[in-house]
Write a protein that binds this ligand. Structure first.
Ligand SMILES: O=C(O)CCC(=O)C(=O)O
Ligand SMILES: [Fe+2]
Length: 250
């Protein structure tokens, strides 16, 4: 589709009048479809088929997938999440909420199933497929927003036993994570894995997927990772934390 800057400017002006703040500009180059289908049709096998991954590290496995989400899916996620953001909470090892801490300076929203619609479900199904897992293994989708200067300091996604006990123990630990960038920050905001010298630049529609447990299902300390501070602009990210076994009932 060709860009229509005048219509876009009119639409933005009307949204502003209605009290909706501007969304970040989201520009992405979608991956070429493997089997192009006629416009305005929905071929589910195609919509759910993720583009190929580029493996950046074998152990722990870290891979990058370009063009996983379309520009429209990125926009939908940002627009749905924006009014619901709250300061990210951090949990102590016993599971108690210790409030806003230095570890995560971002704001986030956890998507209740009530907030999901068909398009969001398709995007999540494709994210789970790209991670080689079933969506039923995933915790609620999280959308994170980092303003300039905000970051996610080095951490690991696997949970301490107390947290697993508290929240769906039968699902086991967080085995794998997939994060999809929903916009392209002007500067900064890369996801880095200091134990492996791996760095993924945030680009709208791109995803990074990585393992938190080793081949024997034990927490892998080398899965340490961080979201570097956003130096200019803002960063939007959608994360699915995937457990070893089914977590969701929906
Ligand atoms: O913001 C990032 O790049 C990392 C996010 C992250 O580590 C997570 O969502 O678990
Ligand atoms: Fe993480």
């Amino acid at each position: 589709m060709t860009a229509q800057p005048e219509s876009a400017a009119q639409l933005k002006a009307r949204l502003r009048e209605g009290g909706f703040p501007d969304m970040p500009e989201i520009i992405a180059v979608p991956a070429a479809p493997k089997r192009p289908s006629p416009p305005a049709t929905l071929a589910l096998d195609e919509v759910l088929d993720p583009p190929d991954a580029q493996v950046l590290c074998e152990s722990p496995r870290i891979a990058q997938i370009d063009g996983l989400l379309s520009v429209d899916e990125c926009r939908l996620l940002v627009a749905t999440a924006a009014p619901l953001l709250r300061a990210s909470r951090v949990h102590a090892p016993d599971g108690s909420d210790v409030g806003e801490r230095e570890l995560r300076t971002s704001r986030d929203v956890s998507f209740d199933p009530l907030l999901e619609d068909f398009s969001l479900r398709l995007a999540q199904l494709r994210m789970a497929a790209a991670a080689g897992m079933e969506l039923v293994d995933a915790e609620q989708l999280i959308v994170l927003h980092y303003a300039e200067g905000q970051e996610y300091r080095p951490h690991r996604d696997y949970l301490p036993p107390e947290s697993i006990q508290r929240d769906h123990p039968a699902a086991g630990n967080r085995k794998r994570t997939i994060c999809a960038y929903l916009n392209t920050p002007l500067e900064g905001g890369a996801t880095v894995f200091p134990a492996r010298d791996v760095r993924v630049e945030p680009k709208a529609g791109r995803a990074v997927v990585f393992d938190s447990l080793d081949a024997d299902g034990r927490p892998d300390a080398d899965s340490l990772h961080a979201g570097l501070p956003v130096e200019r602009g803002e960063k939007w990210l959608a994360t699915l934390w995937l457990r070893e076994r089914p977590y969701r009932a929906y």
